[in-house]
Design a protein around this ligand. Structure first.
Ligand code: SF4
Length: 811
């Protein structure tokens, strides 16, 4: 083993000594960087502990070559915790050294892997592939050279070659997936690295897996492994299926049993074993019982290990050059300590549809709890209705005779907990209704039917005495009920130490109950302002808790953890500036930034109409006048239109006023919410005269090329409702930091959304169409110029509604 002098120079040792002295001789954790000869040439102290241990934030370790800490007692043997950290770091090629306080000795627990110099990709060669006469032109029908794509290949290559992160806005039609796939694959293969590509939508993942990556293989004439990684709970667990076949009584009713039997049959035939391959959406009560979970998995002790669907994907991922996944799964995986996640170690990341990463993180860090959820969890555990069933009966059969009394006690506790949940939520319902002054009918008719009525849970909104007496006490009592179940289950576990499967099942219930307990605790801690909490009243009360600012967690768990990242989307900028997205998601490094405009000729392909006399939403006759304008624009194009709304109230109001009139003219009206989104889109694509009226989910991720979609009507500038608790909490936070919540948040958010909405119209060089913005604030208000500056370079016609109608001669 090398001596300390062979690994550290004097200057570094001196600096470390000073740090340890200043920490009163306690443990100090240093990150270290090596020079080419392997000597530590730079250190950074990042944590200080006591004389026995120091906390270790894994994310920091990912950036350095070696992690170093001192053992104050002078004993250099690694502790159990040291070995566990060292073995995790080893997966990333990061070394682990232990030194004594006098810095005279060093113990090398793990040798660092010295980074070989990066081999640059042949950028010109890649660009040639997608140029006129290049290989892509031979493989692709209707090939058109796109200069933006070539520039993007150059920029992604530079980012990978130099290790500088990049933000790239790539306009529609650039061919951005090829723009990052070609350099990423080429670079990864050359340098023996792995790249993870994360997207927001399933559509894009499917496109990458089925079309783009196979095309990259042909273009580069190389073979490499790639895989689509979905969350573990998307896969069926064969072991659970086998066990449950013998224990059908654990299911709640005949419908659940029938569905389980279907799943069991399918599990024998499917190659993929994931929900996508299933062909129907199973009830959550059934799928929860059979899906793969970390806590209940027996790993390589499982007799189904060789056939296990999830493990097969995991093994494939371990040898894959490219892993395609989604933002939600990426965030879930990143929230686990390194080495314990489900994705194999990776250091290079491409985020496509990167403008959605804040939403994905918000959704991941949002918790929802109501009586139905709690009862559903308990029902798998134990129920007694027409008959008795659930896991406890299964457990009853499996434990020694003398322990059965404990199960009886558990049954009694569970029954009591059912009662407590029902009565507590009955009381809470009355309390919440009273606070909101809501009658049920009113709740159904209120502004946003989807959101119901809500109350933000913070001290200034509540009578704290009443809150503590009614809600806090009741929720904490439910929490205590779940804690008691965990305590009992832990006791029972020690009696059945031979049955590994059962033990894992018990662990699974303990984990679920403990999660509920900690969510209930956090829910009532209303003084913690890093989360926003609210209760919504639809038919019953539903509690929510969401993280206010996800930038820190994204920075720590993703951007600081990887060696390099590339973020791309068609809409990352506001007025050609990336600072909004950077602020929102915690990007603080020096990053390369570039906008590659769409290759489409917007001047000839698109017109943008803005009626100067569009009705004012404050006006009483707004819906009536608004609906009339929409109707007349629909008649001008003979259908073929998306009408994008920002609220269900306006959508429903407009539909009720003009639907019949439109349909009388032979134009079919498709309305969001009336049928599944996919079916609405398919019908729209097939019927060239139909119109589709929708809110939120139709503003983005929808691709309808051709004449079928020739008009997009933006009903209103898509500002988020400031009364949405998460939006409001974010605005309050910005205000508390002396920012301007409107300018710094609401406005840019709306601009990005508008760009997405407009982006639905022109999908290829042959498409032509009209954008109509029925919100005159875009020309009346001073902030309107931010929207106007972000429009595509199409012909802009701003005139009275009647003049615009006269002007209409586009098709
Ligand atoms: S290995 Fe785990 S997930 Fe796979 S079948 Fe076995 S228990 Fe289920």
């Amino acid at each position: 083993m090398k001596t300390i002098e062979e690994l550290f120079n004097d200057e570094i040792l001196e600096m470390m000594k000073t740090e340890i002295t200043q920490a009163y001789g306690n443990e100090v954790l240093f990150l270290g960087w090596l020079d080419e000869s392997g000597m530590v040439c730079k250190v950074e102290p990042v944590a200080r502990g006591n004389d026995e241990c120091v906390s270790f934030p894994y994310e920091w370790g990912m950036k350095c070559h070696v992690v170093i800490h001192n053992h104050p007692d002078g004993q250099l043997s690694p502790s159990g915790a040291d070995i566990s950290i060292a073995s995790t770091l080893a997966q990333w090629g990061i070394g682990f050294y232990i030194v004594d306080n006098s810095l005279s000795n060093v113990y090398v627990a793990v040798e660092p892997v010295l980074q070989k110099s990066i081999l640059a990709v042949d950028v010109d060669g890649l660009v040639k592939l997608v140029s006129e006469g290049g290989k892509l032109s031979q493989l692709l029908d209707g090939f058109e050279e796109r200069s933006g794509q070539k520039e993007m290949i150059r920029m992604v290559s530079e980012s990978l070659n130099t290790g500088s992160p990049a933000l790239i806005e790539a306009g529609t039609g650039i061919g951005k997936s090829m723009g990052y796939l070609l350099p990423s694959v080429s670079w990864a293969l050359k340098n023996n690295k792995r790249v993870v590509i994360s997207t927001a939508t399933i559509n894009l993942q499917e496109q990458l897996i089925r079309k783009d990556i196979p095309l990259v293989k042909k273009l580069l004439e190389v073979d490499f492994d790639y895989v689509l990684m979905k969350g573990r709970q998307n896969y069926i667990c064969l072991r659970k299926v086998e066990e449950l076949k013998k224990e059908l009584f654990t299911f709640f009713d005949e419908e659940d049993i029938d569905q389980f039997n279907l799943l069991a049959e399918w599990a024998l035939k499917t190659d993929d074993g994931s929900l996508t391959d299933l062909g129907f959406i199973p009830k959550s009560s059934v799928w929860d019982a059979v899906c793969s979970e970390t806590i209940t998995c027996l790993g390589n002790k499982c007799e189904f290990y060789g056939r296990c669907f999830f493990n097969r994907v995991k093994q494939k991922a371990a040898k894959s050059t490219l892993i395609v996944t989604n933002h939600h799964y990426l965030i879930a995986d990143s929230s686990l300590p390194p080495g314990t996640g489900l994705l194999p170690p990776y250091q290079y990341l491409v985020l496509d549809e990167a403008h959605k990463i804040e939403d994905s993180a918000t959704s991941y860090y949002t918790t929802q709890i109501d009586r139905y959820y709690l009862i559903r969890v308990l029902r798998r555990f134990y129920f007694k209705k027409k008959r008795e069933g659930g896991f406890l009966l299964y457990l009853l059969k499996a434990i020694p005779e003398e322990e059965r009394e404990t199960i009886d006690e558990l049954i009694d506790m569970t029954v009591a907990l059912y009662g407590e949940i029902q009565s507590t939520f009955d009381t809470i319902d009355v309390f919440v209704k009273d606070l909101l002054h809501v009658e049920k009918r009113e709740a159904e008719l209120c502004e946003s039917v989807v959101h119901g009525k809500l109350l933000e849970l913070k001290e200034e909104n509540l009578n704290m005495d009443e809150w503590n007496r009614v809600v806090l006490r009741a929720l904490l009592s439910i929490r205590a009920g779940f804690d008691r179940l965990v305590g009992f289950l832990e006791k029972i576990k020690s009696k059945i130490n031979k049955n590994e499967f059962l033990i894992r099942q018990i662990d699974g219930y303990c984990a679920r109950f403990s999660d509920i307990s900690s969510v209930l605790s956090s829910l009532v801690s209303i003084e913690d302002r890093s989360f926003v909490r609210w209760v919504e009243y639809k038919d019953k009360s539903v509690f929510y808790m969401a993280m206010v600012d996800v930038s820190e967690v994204l920075k720590e768990t993703i951007f600081r953890r990887v060696k390099n990242y590339i973020l791309t989307s068609a809409t990352l900028t506001v007025e050609n500036n990336f600072s909004f997205i950077e602020r929102r998601i915690g990007i603080e490094n020096e990053v390369m930034e570039c906008i590659f405009p769409s290759p489409f000729d917007y001047k000839s392909q698109m017109k943008i109409f803005i009626p100067t006399d569009a009705p004012d939403p404050e006006n009483q006759a707004y819906i009536q006048q608004h609906a009339e304008m929409i109707y007349r624009f629909i008649m001008l194009t003979g259908g073929g239109a998306f009408i994008l709304f920002t609220s269900y109230k306006t959508l429903n109001g407009v539909v009720s006023l003009i639907r019949d009139k439109i349909e009388e003219r032979g134009i079919r009206v498709l309305v969001q919410g009336e049928r599944p989104r996919y079916n609405l889109l398919e019908d729209f694509k097939e019927d060239i005269h139909s119109v589709l009226m929708g809110t939120e989910s139709f503003w983005e991720g929808v691709d309808v090329p051709g004449h079928t979609l020739r008009s997009v009507i933006i009903s209103k500038l898509p500002f988020k409702v400031p009364s949405d608790p998460v939006i409001k909490a974010r605005m309050d936070k910005i205000a508390s930091e002396f920012g301007n919540p409107f300018i710094d948040y609401l406005l840019p958010l709306a601009v990005v959304k508008m760009k997405q909405g407009i982006g639905r119209l022109i999908r290829n060089r042959r498409d032509r169409g009209i954008i109509t913005i029925l919100d005159s604030r875009i020309i009346r208000k001073s902030y309107g110029k931010v929207f106007l500056n972000s429009l595509p370079p199409a012909e802009l016609v701003v005139d009275s509604f009647e003049n615009l109608i006269k002007e209409f001669n586009f098709f």
